[in-house]
Design a protein around this ligand. Structure first.
Ligand code: FE2
Length: 283
């Protein structure tokens, strides 16, 4: 994710209001001449989540064990908007029927290390995060507020470099299997995707303004060859190729589609804001 940028689009409140919107900054101790209290270690759901993430994510090339996934899932399932300083009363979540096309998506980072990151995505109504992948990552997504449609895929054959590739690389189609194609409304259970399962490539489209708490282990890293790739999906029936009959015979009950790599869509507008909610402590 990029560096913090200024106000852009309907999703980002003016600087002066950000602290209130994203925020919940604790009142300053010692105001009014009182003696400052000793800083206390943050407690609560977010800190418990952070400590669990530190125990579970061991860095690039690793995937949490099933029991560890369950641990994080239980904590996340119980997370509420207030745990990260959000409320359904905020103007952002009450703004509906916005005429603007491709409204700006905002993200804020609670914590980031080489092993995992904790971020919140804010999608205004009708915003779309295009189909993209999470190479080598395990990702937990908890919809805290709002409603969205998720469509996700895994490669039909994760070991193949390009199932059915029959054209030049830039136009290469690769066979994928639909994993999720459904609406989700908060409060709902946490979604988990893995490097080769669970819907590693997904698209979010907000139905009502959303806040999504995402835990990525490990985070994206261009240096470590975990950059984000975007795709467009082509209905399975629209592509003919050598060997189609073979694939069709193997299709069975699987819902297949072709994915084609694309550049990051030019109309995707994302910006970053400072996180002002409850903090996590590394001590
Ligand atoms: Fe994603």
């Amino acid at each position: 994710m990029g560096a913090e940028v200024g106000v852009a689009g309907v999703a980002v409140p003016p600087e002066a209001k950000r602290r209130r919107v994203l925020a919940a900054k604790p009142t300053a101790e010692g105001a009014g001449g009182k003696r400052p209290r000793r800083a206390r270690r943050p407690q609560g759901a977010l800190q418990r989540l952070f400590q669990a993430c530190r125990a579970v994510f061991r860095g690039p090339g690793t995937v949490p064990a099933p029991a560890e996934v369950d641990l994080l899932r239980v904590i996340l399932d119980r997370m509420r908007p207030e745990d990260v300083g959000l409320s359904s009363d905020m103007a952002f979540f009450r703004t509906r029927d916005v005429a603007q096309r491709n409204p700006t998506i905002t993200h804020t980072t609670i914590y980031k290390s080489e092993k995992f990151s904790m971020v919140i995505l804010f999608l205004p109504q009708n915003a779309v995060i295009p189909l993209h992948n999470h190479p080598g990552m395990t990702v937990f997504s908890k919809l805290l507020l709002g409603s969205m449609h998720i469509k996700s895929y895994d490669w039909a054959d994760p070991d193949a470099a390009g199932s059915g590739a029959s054209s030049p690389d830039k136009d290469r189609l690769r066979l994928a299997e639909l994993v999720v194609d459904d609406d989700f409304t908060a409060p709902c259970d946490t979604s988990v995707l893995y490097p080769t399962a669970g819907g590693n490539m997904h698209r979010f489209r907000s139905i009502a303004p959303c806040a999504i708490l995402d835990i990525l282990g490990p985070p994206y890293s261009i240096e470590e060859d975990r950059d984000c790739t975007y795709y467009t999906d082509v209905p399975y029936s629209e592509h003919t190729m050598t060997g189609t009959e073979i694939v069709r015979n193997e299709q069975g009950d699987r819902r297949l589609a072709w994915l084609k790599e694309i550049e990051m869509p030019g109309d995707l507008k994302m910006c970053s804001v400072r996180y002002g909610g409850p903090q996590v402590s590394e001590r």
